[in-house]
Design a protein around this ligand. Sequence first.
Ligand code: 2BA
Length: 109
Amino acid sequence: MKLIIAIVQDEDASHLISTLMTEGFSVTKLATTGGFLKAGNTTLLIGIEDDQSEKCLGVIERLCKSRKQIATTPITMGGAAGMYTPYPIEVTVGGATVFMLDVERFIKM
Ligand code: 2BA
């Protein structure tokens, strides 16, 4: 068995979850926050049998779109004076960041 941890954009989450469930996958949704943009994203926990990994990854790849976002990153000016000037940068977020782990034991009590 494997555990897929998929970090996706909020905009893609609900369609992705409903499609995964229609395809027979069990999904747990977590509301998470990206460390860089400090914006909300969605993390899905999906427990799968080994032979389902390509099917599950295919659904995620098909439904999660990459988007450009403007991040306003403060850069420090003036040393000890501690003045901050917002510095806008464009970043491409997603489609999805996926971790796949081997599951040692799966227990339901
Ligand atoms: P965030 O950390 O908010 O990052 C959002 C996007 O900002 C990233 O998109 C990437 O394009 C950019 N970015 C992140 N760190 C950067 C940096 N130090 N300098 C310049 N640009 C940077 P994605 O790569 O698609 O990541 C989307 C979200 O997936 C991330 O949100 C984070 O929540 C998660 N993530 C990505 N890689 C991860 C990792 N190695 N471990 C844990 N979570 C990860």
